[in-house]
Write a protein that binds this ligand. Structure first.
Ligand code: ADP
Length: 531
């Protein structure tokens, strides 16, 4: 049977089968807002209907500037089911960048949290929306120049059902611009449905109706890794952190809602780990809570440390262009065994490709062998991998004629099919014709008990072309010398890989999505010399 794969199906099913599943959201005042899937569906229908009444046409972009909470979830389904395209704006970007992105995407409407109006006011002259709908999260009244989200919903005009096609655009997100200007990626209904199905599989996120799910990863960046869609598909309880992403607030939420599955970038987990290590008895968490870690490498030391707290790190890899989940780490049967060094080294890799995703590592001489040693650029293809960027022709060479997408990540793939990211092409250190993995050095450095964070960058060198330089943030109250850290690394690496210098800094610059901004460090230390 020809049956279109659309979010409308997931949405209608969630309302019919899981009306009692709960949606909990932390509000700006830290209180918890609670409602059910049944209310979520009623409200999302009303929002979709209101948007249609305001003139939303098929394919029109509706921007959101929102934290993770119930109203954002309503927009996640209301906009695409009403025929629109949900465009999540990254609230951590500079106002002028947000305006540039909104204009480039051609957004018609904006839904914005009241607590984010000060941010909106900084770019409102530069990006004009036909309607601005304000979510009164704080309960204060909405100014007359805007539409009040709650009033819009109270008018209760359910949307006119549309015959959606699976190829219709449903959502859109811009890359965070770690390595250049943000680029827009459009997600079809089909891509999002297939991504949800694959994400829920036992060897991926293993998300079920029995889970309580907390996406810490923002709903404004790559659909919070698809978790809201996957959760609605299986009817899982959702516990949203709202704007409170500090370790204590998250741990309180994990405890009060007995969260079983959560996801975020490594910086979030580093904070959580510190809080747990400081007060191990303070929180009673659900035993074995799974934490999906991606966006940047999860160091082996972090995976080990969480195991000691009976919390399970699941390492995954993806990009804005891959919707994003494309590879996830689980220990295959053939590799199962006691939790020793080999097991941890395997778990620190970025994992195996999901069903329907194909991968290969390309070198100058063709496809690299799956030997765990030969480095090449990772290429991927599959039904939820983007086929182009929105309104941008210059990057078309990232795709081959037979659909392979060049990721810009340098990897090895081992005989079991596990991908290991060694670097982004732009971050690789090329020393005397050899490639040195900055990620390997960083992961080893953060395994040192005194080190909180580490970035390894290439600095120009007259003899070798480039040499590695480590930039390190120590844990509070610690002191260390460069020699001490080099000695610590020495047994783990070939001599030529060891950083020529170790610099201690108070902070490593980060992007809007929490990745280390190495371009800035390279610029800062470009004149650094060994002596
Ligand atoms: P941007 O491309 O703007 O940084 P993305 O969120 O799309 O924004 O980032 C995708 C990139 O993040 C990947 O290409 C890869 O370099 C990095 N990445 C994602 N997951 C991991 C991981 N588990 N380990 C190492 N790097 C990762």
């Amino acid at each position: 049977m020809r049956f279109p794969l659309t979010l409308a199906h997931i949405f209608e099913r969630a309302g019919k089968l899981f009306p009692k599943s709960e949606i909990v959201s932390r509000l700006p005042d830290k209180s918890l807002h609670r409602h059910t899937y049944s209310e979520f569906c009623r409200r999302a229908r009303a929002l979709g209907g209101a948007l249609q009444h305001m003139g939303l046409k098929r394919g029109d972009r509706v921007a959101t500037l929102m934290w993770n909470h119930y109203a954002h979830l309503e927009a996640y389904f209301a906009v695409p089911c009403a025929g629109g395209v949900l465009h999540t704006l990254n609230l951590r970007l500079a106002p002028e960048d947000i305006a540039w992105i909104a204009n480039h995407a051609g957004d018609r409407f904006l839904i914005v949290d009241d607590v984010l109006l000060p941010l909106y006011s900084k770019f409102r002259e530069a990006a004009k929306f036909e309607k601005v709908i304000v979510v009164p999260l704080t309960g204060s009244s909405v100014a007359a120049e805007f539409d009040d989200y709650e009033a819009v919903i109270a008018r209760s005009r359910p949307f006119k059902p549309l015959a959606l096609k699976e190829e219709d655009p449903a959502g859109m997100c811009y890359t965070s611009g770690t390595t250049g200007r943000p680029k827009g990626v459009v997600y079809s209904h089909r891509a999002l449905v297939l991504h949800s199905l694959a994400s829920a599989l036992p060897d991926v996120m293993g998300m079920s109706n029995h889970d309580t799910v907390t996406p810490v990863v923002p709903m404004f960046h790559v659909n919070a890794w698809g978790m809201p869609f996957t959760a609605a598909m299986v009817g899982a309880k959702l516990a949203f952190p709202g704007p409170h992403l500090d370790a204590v607030s998250l741990l309180d939420l994990y405890q009060s809602e007995q969260v079983t599955l959560t996801a975020g970038v490594p910086t979030i987990w580093a904070g959580i780990l510190q809080a747990l290590d400081q007060e191990p008895a303070r929180w009673k968490l659900s035993a074995g809570m799974r934490m999906v870690v991606g966006g940047a490498a999860a160091p082996e030391s972090m995976i080990r440390a969480f195991d000691r707290h009976n919390l399970m790190v699941i390492h995954g890899w993806g990009m804005t262009e891959t919707t994003p989940v494309a590879a996830v780490n689980y220990v295959k049967r053939e590799l199962a065994g006691p939790a020793g060094d080999t097991q941890y080294a395997q778990r620190a890799k970025q994992g195996v490709p999901l069903p329907l995703v194909e991968v290969r590592a390309m070198t100058g001489e063709g496809e690299a062998a799956w030997d765990g040693a030969t480095m090449g650029e990772l290429e991927v293809r599959g039904p939820w991998i983007a086929a182009k960027y929105h309104d941008l022709e210059t990057e078309a060479d990232k795709w081959s004629a037979d659909g392979w997408f060049r990721t810009g990540d340098v990897v090895t793939i081992d005989a079991h099919g596990y991908i290991k990211i060694t670097d982004r092409i732009k971050d690789l250190v090329k020393s005397g014709g050899e490639w040195i993995s900055s990620v390997d050095l960083e992961n080893a450095l953060v395994g040192h008990p005194k080190v909180a964070e580490a970035a390894v960058i290439a600095v120009p060198d007259a003899k070798w072309g480039e040499r590695p330089l480590a930039v390190v943030v120590l844990k509070p109250g610690q002191s260390a010398t460069a020699a001490e850290l080099r000695e610590y690394l020495a047994p783990k690496f070939a001599k030529f890989c060891l950083p020529d210098g170790v610099l201690f800094v108070a902070e490593i610059p980060r992007t809007s999505t929490g990745k280390m901004l190495k371009a800035k460090l390279r610029e800062q230390f470009k004149d650094w010399k060994t002596s």
